[in-house]
Write a protein that binds this ligand. Structure first.
Ligand SMILES: [Zn+2]
Length: 482
């Protein structure tokens, strides 16, 4: 065969291959939106917004004291004639959850929408910060303090949007709930989990939630890109306690299978087990959106990650990125190691223990995965007990709320894209998805790499520009959903 003919044969084969493989399409459909509203006047609301956020930061609610924050929010709502309920688990009077509702005023059978947030924050050591983390200082166009991003910033955006619905008497075809929850940072036991277990009736008639879970980013995934990452799914958790037991021995004459050695061998094999990269249909949607703002040939590869030959080209960048690895693989990390090492260098401990944090992609059952890990454990005579198992969860990409969030945000920032995002960690969305609610996580601000690094870290702050952007997008979403 001549060189030319062989080239055209190969090209023909590739074309045939493409015809047989269904193309990935954008997960964002063209949702018809009402014309952009100008009801919320930033000139009128800016001072109020800034005051509320600085006040919220000044109320210390480090893994507790949610009551004081809830009472502050209650006072704002009650001044405007909006009733609130404060609910706490018996025996935990400080761990308060707050609920306020606006009833629909247009007859319709549409499901209600919840604005979800949490009142607690994580620790902040003032010695490490440039500004006092609990002073709400405004400097150089930014509000500084713990919670400025996670998630008191979101709370103020939701408060102002919720109030505006009432103040402007926007016609509502759905009921809208403002829901502040306690205890999100420490496992949600006194917050989301308590509310859903003991008061599920509160959420009757609601079908959608907009909560934290992700952010918009600027210049992060691709230089020059603006991406609204909308969290639609969360990975599952499988937390394990591991124990290797045996006889105590002398360090100078080790056997082949003393407990610490067996534990190490077991952990090594578990870490090497199932490291496959998996690009699910939804992750293909995420890559497709990245492709839509990349240049050729990157754009072609990203948009066609369902085609095995092209998908393989993504493996290098995925392996090089912690974030991309986490959304395409079942990860395992050793989060604890312990022996009776206090006994001295020459004593082989009779007990070696470890903690494993396993995070599973949607489609993997934690208990089935545990069986596979136990098969490895058997080889090394190691005991494995689950400390916590939470199945992964996901909401639909074709729901009205997902599509509205995407369309509103990208219309607001021309040149931006929205992308479905699976989060490796847990938020309260996980618990509400379990009762069938369509939940999405997005604090609709645009953060740089540097600002993303402030989360749960020192010098957390939010720009006034982002406070405005987030408030306007959230109000617009509410307006479009009604
Ligand atoms: Zn948070």
């Amino acid at each position: 065969m001549s060189k030319d003919r062989s080239f055209f044969c190969r090209l023909g084969l590739i074309v045939c291959l493409f015809l047989f493989i269904e193309c990935v399409t954008s997960p964002i459909k063209n949702t018809p939106l009402k014309e952009e509203n100008h009801i919320l006047s930033w000139n009128k609301r800016e001072a109020e917004t800034i005051k509320i956020l600085t006040d919220l930061i000044r109320i210390k609610s480090v893994r507790g004291n949610e009551k004081q924050v809830a009472e502050y929010i209650r006072s704002i709502f009650e001044k405007e004639g909006i009733k609130t309920k404060l609910i706490s688990e018996p025996g935990f009077p400080d761990r308060v959850n707050l609920i306020a509702e606006l009833e629909p005023n247009v007859p319709s059978s549409e499901k209600g929408l919840i604005l979800g947030n949490h009142l607690d924050v994580v620790e902040a050591d003032p010695k490490e910060w440039e500004e006092d983390p609990f002073a709400g200082t405004i400097k150089e166009g930014r509000i500084h303090g713990r919670g400025a991003l996670d998630c008191k910033g979101l709370i103020v955006m939701q408060i102002i949007s919720f109030l505006e619905l009432k103040r402007s008497a926007v016609p509502l075809k759905r009921k809208v709930m403002f829901l502040s929850m306690a205890d999100e940072e420490s496992g949600s036991e006194r917050g989301a989990r308590f509310l859903l277990k003991v008061h599920p009736e509160l959420f009757k008639g609601y079908g959608y939630m907009l909560n934290e879970g992700s952010f918009g980013t600027k210049d992060v995934a691709i230089p020059g890109s603006t991406i609204f990452n909308i969290q639609y799914a969360e990975k599952g958790n499988l937390w394990l306690n591991v124990k290797a037991k045996g006889d105590q021995g002398h360090g100078s004459t080790p056997s082949q299978n003393y407990p610490s050695l067996r534990l190490l061998k077991f952990l090594t094999e578990v870490l090497e087990y199932d490291t496959e990269i998996r690009i699910s249909e939804e992750t293909q949607g995420f890559f497709y959106q990245l492709g839509s703002i990349s240049s050729f040939p990157k754009s072609f590869i990203l948009k066609n990650s369902n085609i095995p030959v092209l998908r393989r080209l993504l493996y290098g960048p995925i392996r090089a990125s912690r974030q991309l690895s986490a959304i395409t693989r079942n990860t395992k990390s050793v989060s604890g190691l312990k022996t009776e090492e206090g006994k001295g260098h020459n004593v082989l401990s009779s007990l070696a223990e470890a903690k494993l944090d396993v995070r599973l992609l949607p489609g993997f059952d934690p208990l089935e995965y545990l069986k596979e890990i136990r098969k490895i454990a058997e080889k090394y005579e190691v005991e494995v007990e689950p400390a916590s198992t939470v199945t992964s969860d996901k909401s639909k990409l074709d729901s009205i709320l997902f599509q509205t969030i995407a369309s509103v945000a990208t219309r607001k920032i021309p040149g931006s894209v929205a992308a479905p995002f699976i989060s490796p960690g847990k938020t309260d969305n996980a618990y509400f998805r379990q009762i069938g609610m369509e939940c999405y996580g997005l604090i609709p601000v645009l953060l740089s790499e540097k600002e993303l690094a402030m989360l749960h870290a020192k010098n957390e702050s939010i720009s006034l520009e982002n406070v405005q952007l987030g408030t306007q997008i959230i109000f617009e979403i509410l307006y479009q959903m009604n």
